[in-house]
Design a protein around this ligand. Sequence first.
Ligand SMILES: *Cc1c(COP(=O)(O)O)cnc(C)c1O
Length: 399
Amino acid sequence: MPNESKVHGFATRAIHYGYDPLKYHGALNPPVFLSSTYGFDRSETGSDRFAGKAEGYVYSRVGNPTVSILESRLAALEEGEAALATSSGMGALTAVIWTLLRSGDEIVADKMLYGCTFGLLEHHIGRFGIGVQFVDLTDPANLRAAIGPRTRMVLTETPSNPNMRLVDIAAIAEICLTSGVLLVVDNTYCTPYLQRPLTLGADIVIHSATKYLGGHGDLLAGAVIASRELVDQFRFVGIKELNGACISAFDAFLVLRGLKTLNLRMDRHCATAQRLAHDLEAHPMVARVYYPGLDSHLQRALALRQMSAMGGMIALELKGGLAAGRAFMDGVRVATRAVSLGDAETLIQHPASMTHATYDQEERARHGFTDGLIRLSVGLEDYEDLRDDLISALDGLPR
Ligand SMILES: *Cc1c(COP(=O)(O)O)cnc(C)c1O
């Protein structure tokens, strides 16, 4: 089915777009093209393809038919012109950064980011002469003050990993537009089913498709969705010549399979997370629950404006701080103690010592999350079993 974004609903696009079975013997599922290279009928065809004068595949680092189907489908879901699939979320981020920035440029980033994104920006990118300012983007006025003559890019997540702060994408996008700066939004937590940053004015969306898009914890993948012009640069410069972070055809097939149930899975993740967030908030051992579906969330109004549902991620702090958090994690039986998120299994982890250990203690305090914070990726198990598991682990804590 050709891509006709907005003509069909989300689920129809997630199941059909980018793939025409009649071109492949009617096969219901796209074939997995396990080929690194592609033969040419004549030498001239090869030179034309290399020069970009003829369509067609040359080498799978730059393009593969299975990967192309995934890319068309992701572009249709995010309502973008084009997409590039990558080997991981970090591969997507670095393809964008290496392609667009040069020594002397500066990035303004929200101060709360996925741990390895923060690690790249705080500890490594300076070696290449690229400056970084971390700013609290929950107040758009801070962005206006931070943008300077060298700023080329603004990078944010919303909700932020791990502490569930929200950034107003439309407000930030307007400031970026008037300043001639590109806005990059990491949409991993929401997926295009809950939030579409390009429609709110962002220039580039990145994903860790390892998480909800794949949805089964059986692959690593990433994606970039943007204008055709930008995606061509990310493909022919970023992936091809700078980072080589291409996705395998088999992983592309697995992401395509995951996408077919994305809306169903997200509906369930959201519904269960909403109920668990209420249950957790009501427990006497819990100090705070951070979930945009709760009235206690400080940016509840923005959440309702920007997201169509509140997602499957919850963060919480216990009254006993870190020690209680660790005992709580050790007390669960149904939830799995593991990093990553967006899987069928409920995953529980401790950001300060795991996903966000790239932030040292002083940085954690400065960037706004506590050592006691626990992150929960609510899975697809029965609500009642998850509720009983979490509540009995809380009941078991020393008072
Ligand atoms: C996991 C994650 C990433 C990194 O993705 P990988 O696929 O693990 O490389 C980036 N951003 C967010 C928000 C993530 O959760």
